[in-house]
Write a protein that binds this ligand. Structure first.
Ligand SMILES: Nc1ncnc2c1ncn2[C@@H]1O[C@H](COP(=O)(O)OP(=O)(O)OP(=O)(O)O)[C@@H](O)[C@H]1O
Ligand SMILES: [Mg+2]
Length: 254
């Protein structure tokens, strides 16, 4: 469970987060929609503890991480993983090393044991196959297309199996078939781990496929949170636009 209360963050003279409140419950996929530049990536970076707010609190499974020092935050968010917008792979590591990174660093999150190189290799192979990147272990990030890099970032996240998963634009820039595979993978991973997933996206079709609840980020705050059907019925200019631009008549496919 993640509880964000009255979060404020300013860069220079720009207030980006302006008293933002949001809760993500255990067991749900919460999707955050919002226009470009409203601060969605900024919000995720605060949740995973790599940025500190000017004021306000973020509680993760009962621990107020915004009260913690840097090294304590690192421990508190061990069970959290993020797919960064633009994938953020390590350029000097090949795809196998990139995918294995957190596994090597933290071992098995449940048993807290270190994993043998053979086990890691097998897990990495399976994760790459799940995102359609089988056989790319030896390739360097620069050898891959943008969409492939994004999928490698996703493999690195799901192989690690954290119980809180943050995804920043997981399907942006991917073709529709790959996007749908990623949507299915997000839902499958969530069902297996029974944790909490927060997904930031522009893609309303993807959002409606994966979301248990939808939130709208506008002008530094979360202005609406609701289940998909109720969300689409909210009378708000952004939501009206999204509703009018739906590609499909969705039913939640879970
Ligand atoms: N480290 C930083 N220093 C200064 N300004 C920043 C920093 N990080 C973010 N910003 C500003 O905060 C605002 C929100 O950025 P953010 O990346 O969160 O937007 P976003 O909602 O994720 O947009 P997009 O949908 O395009 O990814 C932008 O105006 C950005 O320039
Ligand atoms: Mg962003």
């Amino acid at each position: 469970m993640i509880r964000i209360q009255n979060l404020w963050r300013r860069y220079g003279s720009n207030d980006i987060l302006k008293g933002l409140n949001l809760e993500a419950k255990k067991g749900e996929i919460l999707v955050i929609l919002g226009r470009s530049g409203v601060g969605k990536s900024v919000l995720l970076r605060h949740i995973i503890g790599i940025e500190k707010p000017d004021s306000g609190t973020i509680e993760v499974n009962g621990v107020t991480i915004t009260d913690l020092k840097k090294n304590q935050i690192y421990r508190a968010v061990k069970d959290m993983g993020m797919l960064f917008q633009g994938a953020a792979l390590f350029d000097s590591m090949n795809i196998e090393e990139n995918t294995a990174f957190y596994l090597k660093q933290h071992g098995d999150l449940v048993t807290r044991k270190r994993l043998s190189p053979e086990v890691i290799k097998e897990k990495v192979k399976n994760a790459l196959a799940m995102v359609g990147l089988e056989g790319t272990e030896e390739k360097m990030p620069s050898d891959l297309s943008g969409g492939m890099r994004k999928r490698a970032g996703l493999a690195r996240l799901i192989v690690y199996r954290p119980s809180i998963l943050l995804y920043d634009e997981p399907t942006t820039g991917l073709d529709p078939i790959t996007s749908q595979q990623i949507n299915e993978l997000i839902v499958k991973t969530q069902d297996e781990l029974k944790g909490t997933s927060i997904v930031v996206t522009h893609d309303i079709d993807s959002a409606l496929y994966i979301a248990d609840r939808l939130a709208l980020h506008q002008d530094g705050q979360i202005t609406h949170v609701a289940e998909p059907e109720a969300f689409l019925n909210i009378d708000d200019p952004v939501i009206n636009f999204l509703r009018e631009n739906l590609k499909h008549n969705h039913r939640k496919a879970k």
